[in-house]
Design a binder for this molecule. Structure first.
Ligand code: SAM
Length: 298
């Protein structure tokens, strides 16, 4: 049965002369019931192509391969990549990529997208992300993966609770921000489990959550998702200000009319608007032209 116990992970690392690297978010999932739950929630089937970011010692990778799916696994750590190559390098349904899953901090590495493009799922299958994500890259990776081509049918992962809370936050709460609006605009979110620090080795300081994102079939905003993201970043950077002041500072033409059409008061603050209201306001303001470059990205 695939999935590695704590003592197996320890001895694999020791044999390779390796130790967990905090900087790379190397907290290995050692509760195999939760790992199986992750694979079940993701609904992985034999015709699928699964992207795993951060395979580590290959515990989840081996469990994913056991389903009969094809696997594309991207690992940044050279030592772990060597270890993985020894274990899975010859597997006929596994493609290993050594490198950063992100390029330029905010976008998925184009090489990863090329490999995803090359590997078409079988009839009835689909492309999915399944991962125990390294905490440093979770937000930009998930948000960018919601918009990439080829499309992913679902993204199922474990991430820090704080990140999950931000993505799922409701209007009017302190966690609600640009990432919440963007994520909820592009996907439907569900949480499936809370993971205490004790199910990882080494133990992280915080709880994690098992999250599933299903991208919406229709394009939530017309045009470039990056423009919408920069717009939201610019707005929520001034979350204490009223919309009328933000509009003035950002030079939005026709703002008063747009507020009226969306049905929001110019005295409202960014956290008062729902994701749908932000999408409509963005469309009203920038239907014919891109928003001014705010120089911020997600
Ligand atoms: N999959 C294993 C598991 O479930 O126990 C390990 C998950 S561990 C939380 C995160 C993994 O992501 C580590 O193997 C780490 O080296 C890798 N990693 C960290 N940053 C990365 C990046 N930017 N791109 C690809 N992999 C990364």
């Amino acid at each position: 049965m695939a999935g590695q116990t704590l003592s197996e992970i320890r001895s694999l690392l020791a044999a390779g002369g390796l130790a967990p690297r905090h900087r790379l978010g190397q907290n290995f999932l050692i509760d195999l019931n939760l790992m199986r739950k992750l694979v079940t929630v993701a609904g992985v089937a034999p015709g699928d192509v699964v992207l795993e970011v951060g395979p580590g010692t290959g515990s989840l990778s081996e469990m994913l391969l056991e389903t009969g799916a094809r696997l594309i696994a991207v690992e940044l750590d050279r030592g772990l990549f060597a270890l993985l190559s020894d274990r899975l390098g010859d597997h006929p349904r596994c493609t290993l990529i050594r490198g950063d899953a992100l390029a330029g901090k905010h976008h998925v590495n184009p090489l990863v997208l090329d490999v995803l493009r090359e590997q078409a799922p079988d009839a009835g299958g689909s492309r999915k992300l399944v991962a125990n994500l390294p905490y440093q890259i979770a937000t930009p990776l998930l948000l960018d993966l919601l918009c990439v081509r080829p499309r992913l049918a679902s993204l199922t992962c474990t991430i820090q609770r704080e990140v999950a809370d931000r993505l799922a936050a409701a209007p009017g709460t302190s966690a609600y921000g640009a990432a919440s609006v963007f994520c909820q605009s592009f996907a439907e979110l569900t949480t499936h489990a809370t993971l205490p620090p004790s199910v990882f080795w080494p133990r992280p300081k915080v709880e994690s959550v098992m999250l599933r994102l299903v991208p919406r079939p229709a394009e939530p905003i017309p045009g470039d998702p990056g423009g919408f993201s920069r717009f939201l970043q610019g707005v929520f950077a001034q979350r204490r200000k009223m919309l009328r002041r933000i509009a003035r500072a950002q030079g939005w033409a026709g703002a008063e009319t747009a507020f009226e059409r969306v049905g929001v008061s110019p005295d409202a603050r960014p956290e008062d608007l729902s994701p749908a209201q932000w999408r409509i306001l963005h469309r009203e303001l920038f239907a014919d032209r891109p928003p001014p470059a705010a120089g911020v990205s997600r």
